[in-house]
Design a protein around this ligand. Sequence first.
Ligand SMILES: *[C@@H]1O[C@H](CO)[C@@H](O)[C@H](O)[C@H]1NC(C)=O
Ligand SMILES: *[C@@H]1O[C@H](CO)[C@@H](O)[C@H](O)[C@H]1NC(C)=O
Ligand SMILES: *[C@@H]1O[C@H](CO)[C@@H](O)[C@H](O)[C@H]1NC(C)=O
Ligand SMILES: *[C@@H]1O[C@H](CO)[C@@H](O)[C@H](O)[C@H]1NC(C)=O
Ligand SMILES: *[C@@H]1O[C@H](CO)[C@@H](O)[C@H](O)[C@H]1NC(C)=O
Length: 479
Amino acid sequence: MQVIVLVLVVFLCRNASAVYVINVDEIWKEFSANYNVSPRAIFSVEDFLNGYGYPFENHRITTEDGYILNIHRIPHGKDEQVKAENSTKPAVLLMHGLVLSSVSFFILPEISLALMLADAGYDVWLGNNRGNTWSRRHTTLDADLNATYWDFSFHEFGLYDVTAMIDHILETTGHNTLSYIGHAEGVTQFFVMASMKPEYNEKITVMLALAPPVFMQNLTNPLVQTLKNHYELFEFVFDSLNITELLPHSSDSTDFFNIVCSEDSGFQEICVIILSVCIGFDSDQIDRALLTDIFEDFPAGSSVKQWKHYLQEIKSGNTIMEKQKNLEVYNNSEPWDYDLAQVTVPTALYYGLNDWLVGLPDVERLKKALPSVILDHPIEYKLFNHLDFVFAKDVVSLLYYDLVNVLNDHNNLDPLTTKSTTSKTTSKSTDVTASPGSSDGTDLTTSVSVTTEGAATALCSSIQLLYVIVAFTIVKFVA
Ligand SMILES: *[C@@H]1O[C@H](CO)[C@@H](O)[C@H](O)[C@H]1NC(C)=O
Ligand SMILES: *[C@@H]1O[C@H](CO)[C@@H](O)[C@H](O)[C@H]1NC(C)=O
Ligand SMILES: *[C@@H]1O[C@H](CO)[C@@H](O)[C@H](O)[C@H]1NC(C)=O
Ligand SMILES: *[C@@H]1O[C@H](CO)[C@@H](O)[C@H](O)[C@H]1NC(C)=O
Ligand SMILES: *[C@@H]1O[C@H](CO)[C@@H](O)[C@H](O)[C@H]1NC(C)=O
């Protein structure tokens, strides 16, 4: 019975997705013709940062297994006259989380960790893992044509991507060490690197781990619990649909989100709920006026294998190597754990008490497994969740101020003065009053009825995962 239902679901999903792709294109074409919305050019990091008075450099690097990555650099603070080449500023590398990119660290400039660090005297580098919006190229493979391009998880991020970034940064700056700040998956991959290539421990001054998903047995997200319990089904559905990439960035979906999640769409709270249901509810910390900005970057793409690897770890309760790679590359059918005892870098752990993807017992376990934890810092604000680390309205006062001081301490810089943070937290976005909705108020009702459809399609087109959830639900009910 279960098998029949499953085959049916897979069949329907395939057809639904085929029909659906056409719909998205047509609806969008009609929509943009009727409402005179020009196609969005890909977000320009350079224009964006220069517009706020910050310098920007793009660095292209190639990993030893052929992936071409674009990493971003903000070599100094706002309107500062410093030659990047011979900078003596300490370097810091910021590594983004799953389906995010470098942009997540500065897309909300008023509360940006990257910009705050640049102003605090750092040479700021922002990594982009293979497969995300900025790093989709390879020396021989095509991300859109060759499924083998997507044969990676955070194991490869740790072994190849971060190591290549660190080598490049140290070579460019002439420094011997740098500091590392990881958010979510940016933390996971760091520990893969530091355990598999222990020689890199010496190159890191200090590691600040934000929302560390390492042991994940006790995470509280109900959706993930369901996926975990039906892992084989998850694998089967994705494998039989030949889906290798999940949640890629598309300018169409950004445009839809821009309309649907804007303050005057009438659907904004739906956006809030969809975001929250994955990461934990903390409505107060979402600045509704800036919600659409987040979708300039999010989602930024991932491989299905990243999700598989995480689910395997959640299922096993340990930090195991990905099953298929373990067999194919290491010729090993037995699972083995990453050896956290190798991680000698001084590590500070920051975590939210309402983070649905990082459980408190798991952080406790991580703390015991790491040889040199220098700081155990739960965020005091009780509702702090997984994405609040980059997007919370008050993240500067709740976290960044302390965090930059810890970093300064390890880089021999003076502590921040209180004054500079207050001015940052209290400044508000100036774009709010200039909301474009009011000028064409007459179109509002019609445009809303169009965007109802738009909302549905945009959500689904970027959330292929929805199919899987539906499949799980059906199978669960029928079986
Ligand atoms: C940077 O330093 C190198 C050697 O220390 C020197 O040759 C070069 O001219 C310097 N560049 C700048 C822009 O000062
Ligand atoms: C990538 O896909 C293209 C088009 O299907 C094919 O011609 C090419 O041989 C593939 N490359 C590799 C390395 O598999
Ligand atoms: C964490 O999860 C494991 C496995 O599901 C369970 O046995 C254990 O009791 C949980 N620990 C806590 C503190 O909830
Ligand atoms: C998936 O891809 C394989 C080869 O890569 C192909 O043989 C198979 O027919 C594809 N399956 C579907 C359902 O498209
Ligand atoms: C893989 O491991 C098995 C059992 O340990 C061994 O018999 C086999 O030769 C190995 N294969 C390769 C390609 O190393």
